[in-house]
Each structure stands twice: as C-alpha cells, then as structure tokens.
Design a protein around this ligand. Sequence first.
Ligand SMILES: Cc1cc2nc3c(=O)[nH]c(=O)nc-3n(C[C@H](O)[C@H](O)[C@H](O)COP(=O)(O)OP(=O)(O)OC[C@H]3O[C@@H](n4cnc5c(N)ncnc54)[C@H](O)[C@@H]3O)c2cc1C
Length: 760
Amino acid sequence: MIKKGLENHRDTKVENIESDLVVVGGGLAGLCSAITAARSGLRVTLFQDRPVLGGNASSEVRLWSLGATSHMGNNNRWSREGGLINEILLDNLKRNKDGNPLIFDTVLLEKAYEEQNLRLHLNTMVYEVGKKAHNIENVTAFCSQNSTTYVASAPLFCDASGDGIIAFLSGAPFRMGAENKDEFEEGFAPNVKDYGNLLGHSLYFYTKDTGKPISYTAPSFAIKNAKELPRIKNYQLAEHGCKLWWVEYGGRLDTIHESEDIKFELWKVVYGIWDYVKNSGEFPEAENLTLEWVGTIPGKRESRRFEGDFMLTQKDIVEQRHHEDAVAFGGWAMDLHPADGIYSEHNSCTQWHGKGVYSIPYRCYYSKGINNLFLAGRIISASHVAFGSSRVMLTCAHGAQAVGMAAALCVENSLLPKDIALQKNIEKLQLRLNREGQGIPSVKITDPEDLAQLAKICCSSTLQFSGFVPSDDWQALHFGTAQILPLSANQGYDFEIDVDAKEKTSLKIELRGSSTSDHFTPDIIVDKQDLQLEKGKQRIKFTNEGMLPRDGYGYLCLLRNEKVSVRLSDERITGLMTVQNKVNKAVSNFGRQDPPKDIGIDSFEFWTPERRPKGKNFGLSIQETLSIFEIGNLLNGKVRPGANGRTNAWVAARNDVNPTVTLTWENPVNINEIRLFFDCDYDHALESTLMGHSENIIPFIVGDFLVKDSSGNILKEVTGNHQAMNILKFDSTLSTDKLVFQFSKGTEYIPVSLFKISVF
Ligand SMILES: Cc1cc2nc3c(=O)[nH]c(=O)nc-3n(C[C@H](O)[C@H](O)[C@H](O)COP(=O)(O)OP(=O)(O)OC[C@H]3O[C@@H](n4cnc5c(N)ncnc54)[C@H](O)[C@@H]3O)c2cc1C
C-alpha cells in the first residue's frame, strides 16, 4: 500500500531516453520517417500524442490517403509512391480491401510494433524543446495515460507533427498564410481578401441503416439553418466519411490556437446537417438511418509551413522542374479551398493539375535555421500554392522516407541534415532510397554495389509484343479511348482493331504522344484519320503517317462515337493499359482543364484509366513486333514504367510454363541479399479507407517463386507473396557463380513480369 501525507510539491515520474533520432508526430509521415530510420539501424523514438497512429488517415479522422495517382483521375500514370508507404498500402490491401479505418490502424500499429529499433510512445505529447545555440538537444513529452514525463535526447530530430510543434518551439523560420502572386510568380496564389489565407478543418460522420425507423433529436448547439448552407444542395445521403470533405471551416481563424473553436463549429454544422436530414421531411429515405460515428478530432489541413534551403513553388510543379536533389515526388493537384469553407459561395475547392508528377528537392525537408531538425509531412518548405499539392498524405509519407534515410546517413557519417544536400551525399541518399523502391523520377541510378550489374543475364523467354488476344467483350466508345503503347520515334506502325458500328458512321482515330518525356499527357497529335465504317462488325486498319518525334508512349486514340464499339482483350500486361478522355469530378477533372489564361497553369485533356475489373486493353494487333520487355530491363534500375516510353519490365512469353531468369558470373561472388521488384501496378490508387478495391492482391504480382544456385539447390522459396519488393537475406554469405530464379507460371491473361533484380 502507498500512503502519503500532505507534501509541498510532487513531480511526475521522469524517464530519460537516448536515441539517434526523435520523431514527433505519428501521422503517415512521422511513421514512415521513423520506420525507415529504424530499418537503417538507428535507435528511433516516436512520440504520438493520440492513441493510434496515422494522423489524418487514422480511424479518429478517417481520411483516405492519397498522392500522385490522384484517385486515378489525372494524367499521372504509374505514379503511386514507392518504398515503405507502398509496402504499407499493399499490406492494407491484402487484409482490408474494403477500407475499414480500424483495420488500417492495426496495419500501421503492426508496422511500428515489428521494428526492434523503434520505440513508440502513444498518447504522449511533446510540449517542450531544450536547445543549445541553433541545435535541439532534447524534447520533453508527457503521457497522460501513465503519468510519465519523457525527456528524449538525440543528435537529430524530425518534426512531423502537422503544426510543427518542435520546429516552432525551437525558433525555426516559418510562414502561415498565403504568399502574394509576386513573391514566387505564382499566378494561382489566392486573392486573400476574397478567398482567404488558409485551408480550414473538416469533420466527418458515418451513417448506418438499422432496418427500422430511428428518430433523432439534435443537441441544442446544432445549427438550425443547415438548409441554407450553400453546399447542402450537393449533399447525398450515400456520402459518408471523407466524401464529406467539404464540411470545412476555419480558414479565416488561427488554425492552431483556435482549433478547438473550429472543431466546435464543425460539430454544430454536422449535427445541424443531420437534424435537417432526419427532421426536415426532405429525406424520407433517411428514416432507418442513424449516425454511426462522428469525428471528435478534426482533420486539420493547414497551419505553419517551415522554411528549408529551398521552397517548392507553383513553377516547380507546373514545369516539372528538374532538381539534382530530388528525393520524392508529388502529383496531386494544386488544391486550394476558400477559407470560409462550408459557408462560402465559392466552389468547395479549386484544383489545377500538372501534366505529370513533379520532383521534391531534399532541401525542402530540413529547417534552414535549426541545424539538426528535419521537416516531414505538411509542414515542409513549400509555398501556400505548392503546399496545396504536397500536403496529401502519400506525398508526405514518401518525402518522410527520404528524411528517415537521410537521418541514417547523417548518423553513419556524423553529418547534419544540411550536409546531405551536397552532391556526393545526395547521390548516396538517392541510391539508398531507390534500393527500397522509392522510384524517384528522373534520377538515374547505377548501383556500384549491385552484383547483378556484373552478371550475364538470360531468361527462359521474352514476350515479343504484337497485340492482345481479342475477347468477346466489346466496349462502346462513350468516351474517347486510347491504348497506351511504347513506340519508337519516326516509325510507322500498322494497327488493326475490330469494331462494331450500329450504323454507317465515321470514326476518328488519332496517334498522340506527349510533348516531353517527363509526363503521360497525350498533348501532341502526330497523326489523325477519319475511317468510314459500314454497319456491323469489321476490322479497321490504321497505319500512321505522322510519327512520334521521340521514343515514348504513344496513344492510339479512338475518339468518342457512341455508335461504335471496340473489341477488347482480357489480357493485362505490365506497362500497357488503356485510358479514356473522361470526367472525374472528385479531382476536378472535367475531361480537360482550362485555367484562366494568366495564372501560369497549362490547359490540357485528361485521359485516365478505369479501375479493374474494367479498363481492359484493346484486342488490337500490330504488324510490327515491339521488343519492349527485354531481359536487360531488369538491370536498368527502374521499378515502374517511365514516361520516356520504357516499360522497364521483363515479361515472359505467354506460353512459358516455367518462367526463369538466370544470372551468371565469371567467378563466384559473395552474396548476402537479393532484392526482387514485382509489378504492384503503380497506376492503381490504393486509397486506404472507405473506398474498396476489386482485389486484395495486385494481379501482376508473382505469388510464388524460388531461387536456386549453380548446383540446383533451392536457396530460397517464397509462396503467397503480395508485396512489390522482396528482400531475401542469407544467414551466412553465399558464394556462387549462378543464381536461377524460377517463377510460378503466369495466369491465362497475365504473363509473368518483373522490374528489377539486385544482388548484394
Ligand atoms: C479534411 C481534410 C481532407 C483532406 N483530404 C485528403 C485526402 O483525401 N487524402 C490525403 O492524402 N490527404 C488529404 N488531406 C491532407 C492530409 O490529411 C494532411 O495534409 C496530412 O495528414 C498531413 O500529414 P502530417 O503527417 O503532416 O500530419 P498529420 O496526419 O496530422 O499527423 C500529425 C500527427 O502528429 C501528432 N502530433 C501533433 N502534435 C503532436 C505533439 N505535440 N506531440 C506528439 N504528437 C503530435 C498528431 O496527433 C498527428 O497524429 C486532407 C486534410 C484534411 C484536413
């Protein structure tokens, strides 16, 4: 028993922690930075002030995580973020394809729990910083659940707290609010008086059909005039969770210090909307519905942005500017919201897309003022306009992986974050990240330690592509539809496709390409023809006279004609797909974007895919054979198709029952580890919550494979793989002059493919 009398003062229990890196904030950014550093051998402490991980993606807020794929609603092909965040999303898909936010919490918690070098403190809020000159020495945190104060010291810190608690307390330079147009020549910078300075918070609710009538009495604080809200006319009963993102407020307030007031206003709005739904008589279908869940923690969009040695701006995004120190990429639209949110007469958001993904320089990820402070998540060094894009969670997580890896390089070499920006160190960082599948665009990587580069490589077969096997599936051309194919510059091709015309009509066919080799926007028309069709089924031929000016993906476009159907194929092959000139209002895609002339943003059409099981290839044939899946692709360092028209994949022949790749060396080499990179369909947006997916394993991923040595001994056998990257480690160094990789045979419709083999 403990019994104590009156004392003058008591302290909470204090625990001191020594680590190599302290990460503050357990959103997707903080988690990815912490795990990446821990996997690289650093002792990492992660403080998260709430009971679960995930930040805005957690079950407390329930936002679906998004990034460059933009719900597959813009022209960013094969652009899902790679590395750890991809691993997390593929794990989530495997066990949670229907997007239950509670299950996603467990996927994240498990990831942290499995890292031996990672010490996670939930419910523990960092509130104080100890400093010496411009270095942080320690942070202090308090856990309300175990009444313990933690003082965590480390040579390096990462602020991924959303509002930037330690960056702020340490005195790091920051901004809050919108820049004017002139500072960075950003035509999209808002008119602050009219539109406002900051994006607001949002709160969501879920509803449930109980099967019997349910009455509802609103709390007294609920607004009484929900019917008059400018956006209520767009509300549909089927909308749950983050589809209610427009329930937004607070952009004219201090989104940090008035955050609780903003949340309360949002509760008033949410309960007022539900009162209107249940009791106005205008939603009779809502009779059996009840509120199942209402958010208690608002999703916060914007507050402080901290300054690094580089500030990302609109021009970096629109012009896809090249940065030598690129370590991550983004591709969400520049997406700004009127500060008055739900009370505004403006559209709920204004989104302008780039033609392709953009690089984010490493210099955005550390404070320019505090020597040992990394920045991750929405607080990175970006202007208000660029933040409108870089703020989405997969972009945040992707950059945070670079932070975790940079921290490892700092500790290994006694460097500070700024030092990594030097060329020789940046190349090391990019190399290490790409080994994990980061997939930084436009960074050419040759890995001097990769023994596969020294090997002779051969395979059992290679698919020589001259078309898809047609099926009995036909698709009406309700939208312009294009087959994407890697084509060579200045070459004519003879394409043949079956079409079915309801009546005599003409069909417009175009061959398009992209104006640069950095994006997948089909913005140049190199050939167009009008084909006269008779009624009924017929085979059409298209021989292009105009040709692509450079090697790249070509778009064989059949323009919209509802009287015509095109014959499809059930085959799906890595690096090949169809897209449609279609609308996707969720991301402000109205078939094309035409911004005001003077805001420095491009006009172009959107050609976007349909999600599986739709989105089939054309049952087309090409007289010329395309050699696009050669075995050498496995050694070019890339793990996804590139806008330069390279599939970057090896694909086995359709009839190969024993697809095999063999590496041989002149003399035995010492091997500790093998890395294989499969096709996890980087085009498919893997929204983590709410939105379901048609499969729980990406169908291009090879499930079963084994690795043998020169004597035919099985060194490793993997079954049931669902991941993009497989690391096969050996307990002791293996010496051999040959590795044979044997993959389970492809399915009837999907031949075996692989992007990369590395051997260390
Ligand atoms: C309503 C809304 C809609 C959005 N829509 C989308 C969308 O559809 N898809 C998308 O990807 N992005 C979306 N975004 C943007 C995105 O959610 C945020 O920009 C993103 O979550 C920022 O990531 P972060 O890791 O910096 O912050 P967060 O996700 O907020 O994570 C920060 C974490 O730090 C913790 N923390 C804060 N202070 C402390 C402290 N003192 N000590 C310890 N821990 C602390 C917090 O609890 C939190 O878990 C939306 C944002 C909002 C608000």
